[in-house]
Design a protein around this ligand. Structure first.
Ligand code: GCU
Length: 681
């Protein structure tokens, strides 16, 4: 396969002789429970992995016998004596969990991979392969794992013409023209990659939806994809355009309280389930950025969401209703609007509705404080929406390791039930005892040979999946796993590249949006700097709205003397944010408008500190290049060169950001650049 195509599933050969020997002994005779297509998919994956890592086809036995050194089977298929040996409480595994354990059985070591359900076996096999990719000994292995979140989902923003909104890795994978007959191998490899990290749901289409996806001509194609994804435990969701009853149903209204509209959705849902019996449900963007919604008829988000929820309920489907709303009629602080619109509805949504909320209150910026809704809707299942595609983070050109960002948000404390009420607990449902939980990531995947454009953007897909499975995982663990599975086992390489990845997110914050600045991107494309943009029709689309720089200072006052957005956070937090002395400096200009000579914690004035942050961002990219060059010997020249070229662009653009922002802000601060900051060239 072309370079990068295999993602983290390259299964590179085991080179350490002792470990190779151990694995060869372990995999002498494998009993793999026979069964449905999901178990077959798992067995195929194990075959591929072992063949590549051990250079030898494994010996599978269809009948359990005393020679077996590996036993892979559901609990219901294990003999009671072996179960006894295993001594494991299966209740804690749920449907998706698995256990991998080596036991001494009839005087022999036997490696067992077991689970309650087929899907647990699939995840268990990927878990086992991952251990081998991490070069872990299996001799005394005892690993049990189960996901902490139910719906672990990718949101593709793919249009039916195969363009991808905010997609930077080629065109959409979904070849609607050739579907349903033609099944591209990529669909299968995509499903394998997702299953390997536990992703179990995908929404195929753009949230700015086209109603045509709900017509039979397309449902037939969706059905074909569902068939490919099913053995990998992946359910399909579709984006539902709120005005579909008018556009494809011939009705005159889409009013959710209109009986004909309700009947239309009931009929449509039934039709979809005829095609796809395990259909996941709808993802809906309504009354947001010009999309139609219940408010067009004087109804509320609850009216709209519950109407669809009722249609899906009998089939076990869900409505994922997005909270990304801000209105041209509301002139208050945009950061406050979703909270204002949604929090009063807490407890009013039907049981199969999740409210999907972006990690921050503006829009996928390099850094935002967590969205205050996470601490304010205890009666509603809140689903996290992260963006994996790097809309505001240098597209697929800049190297930015996003699990750092994800982790920062998930570890944030909402204080909603006192100290320790982290966003992760809200998402995992443990804080408010939620049964239905979810995390979504806007996909960064396209037809590029390596799927994601930048080779390191693969780590963001990987990391998202791992954190959706376990929101308490730390980004360093994820980086470590990914590097080993993708690039090299060499400890020097791993140490160096891990530190490069772990600083990359702070670097991009520094050279784009330091000290809490946000949304100062150039219009529309959101790629380069545009802090000066001020002429767009809606005020909240203009960067000047967000930085509010003037001769006196810079920043958005969101304290009680300003927009009072801090009041949407728990009182303990609001207090911290309200005082510039206690407000974490990474959020300083998010919450405060401060004079240019305001003193930062390190003693610098705000102007000097800001300039130095921009410079630091540039310097960090320079260091990334040195690190990458020093690691050349551990990878192929092609692998080295592609990232090197990208890093050179990143460096040039980091300087561009620094120079553009500082030159512009300097027209207000009217101060010289401090020592240490390079003059624009
Ligand atoms: C951002 C993005 C849009 C997208 C929107 C959304 O504003 O720029 O392309 O449609 O988010 O999440 O709905």
């Amino acid at each position: 396969s072309p370079p990068g195509y295999d993602l983290w599933l390259g299964y590179s050969e085991i080179e350490e002789p002792a470990l190779l020997k151990e694995y060869q002994n372990t995999f002498k005779s494998i009993y793999f429970q026979n069964g449905n297509e999901m178990l077959h998919a798992a067995e195929r994956e194990l075959t591929t992995g072992i063949k590549k890592m051990l250079r030898k086809l494994p010996d599978f036995e269809k009948l359990r016998n005393s020679e077996n050194t590996v036993v892979i089977a559901k609990k219901s298929n294990l003999e009671s004596s072996l179960l006894k040996r295993l001594a494991f409480d299966f209740d804690q595994l749920g449907a998706d969990g698995f256990v991998i354990k080596t036991v001494l059985f009839e005087r022999k070591q036997v490696l067992i991979v077991t689970a309650n359900e087929d899907i647990g076996i699939l995840y268990g096999v990927f878990g086992l392969l991952n251990l081998m990719q991490q070069r872990e000994s299996l001799k005394h292995i005892m690993l049990s794992d189960a996901p902490k979140v139910n719906i672990r989902m990718l949101n593709h923003w793919d249009n039916l013409d195969r363009t991808v909104e905010r997609g930077y890795a080629g065109f959409s994978l979904w070849n609607w023209q050739k579907l349903p007959e033609y099944i591209d191998q990529r669909y299968i490899d995509y499903a394998r990659a997702n299953a390997s990290i536990g992703i179990n749901a995908v929404s195929l289409t753009n949230v700015n939806a086209n109603a045509l996806i709900l017509t039979p001509a397309y449902l037939e194609k969706v059905q074909a994809l569902a068939k490919v994804f099913r053995p990998y435990g992946i359910k399909i969701y579709l984006t539902a355009r709120f005005s579909a009853p008018i556009e494809i149903g011939g009705l005159e209204t889409a009013d959710p309280l209109d009986l004909n509209v309700q009947n239309w959705w009931h009929g449509k849902v039934k039709e979809i389930y005829d095609y796809i019996p395990d259909f996941g449900g709808f993802l809906v963007k309504a009354n947001s950025e010009g999309q139609p919604g219940p408010q067009n008829y004087g109804r509320s988000h609850v009216d709209g969401a519950n109407m669809m929820a009722m249609a899906l309920e009998p089939f076990g489907g869900n409505v994922i209703w997005r909270a990304f709303v801000y209105s041209e009629h509301d002139t208050s602080d945009r950061a406050k609007q979703a909270y204002t619109q949604f929090v009063p509805f807490d407890g009013k949504f039907r049981d199969n509705v999740l409210v999907q909320t972006k990690n921050g209150a503006i829009d996928f910026q390099p850094r935002e404080p967590f969205h205050p809704m996470f601490g304010a809707m205890p009666k509603t299942p809140l689903m996290m929406e992260f963006q994996i595609t790097q809309e505001y983070l240098g597209f697929s050109t800049h190297l930015v390791f996003l699990p750092k960002l994800f982790e920062e948000v998930l570890h944030s404390d909402t204080y909603s039930k006192g100290k320790g009420s982290t966003v992760a607990k809200v998402i995992a449902g443990s804080l408010n005892q939620k049964k239905l939980t979810g995390m979504a990531g806007v996909a960064n995947i396209g037809t590029d040979l390596n799927w994601t454009g930048h080779p390191f953007a693969q780590a963001n897909w990987y990391g998202f999946g791992r954190m959706a499975w376990d929101p308490y995982l730390d980004s360093e663990t994820i980086a470590n796993e990914w590097i080993k599975a993708t690039y090299s086992q060499n400890p020097n390489f791993i140490t160096a590249i891990k530190s490069m990845m772990l600083t990359s997110r702070e670097a991009v914050v520094n050279y784009m949006n330091p000290l809490g600045l946000h949304h100062i991107f150039d219009t529309g494309h959101h790629y380069g700097p545009g802090p000066w943009v001020s002429e767009l029709s809606r005020p909240e689309w203009n960067p000047v709205y967000y930085h509010k720089a003037d001769e006196k200072g810079i920043g958005f006052n969101r304290t009680p003397s300003g927009s009072d957005a801090t009041a949407q956070y728990a009182p303990e937090l609001a207090k911290i944010f309200n005082d510039p002395k206690t407000c974490p400096e990474e959020y300083l200009l998010w919450f405060h408008h401060l004079p240019w000579d305001y003193k930062l914690k390190n003693g610098h004035t705000l102007w000097d500190g800001l300039a130095l942050k921009y410079q630091q961002g540039v310097d960090q990219v320079k260091t990334m290049i040195v690190t990458w060059d020093d690691s050349k010997q551990y990878i192929t020249p092609e692998q080295h060169n592609e990232v090197r070229m990208l890093l050179q662009i990143q460096l040039r653009e980091a300087k561009w950001w620094r120079d553009a922002c500082l030159l512009y802000f300097q027209t207000f601060s009217k101060q010289a650049l401090p020592e240490g900051v390079n003059k624009p060239t």
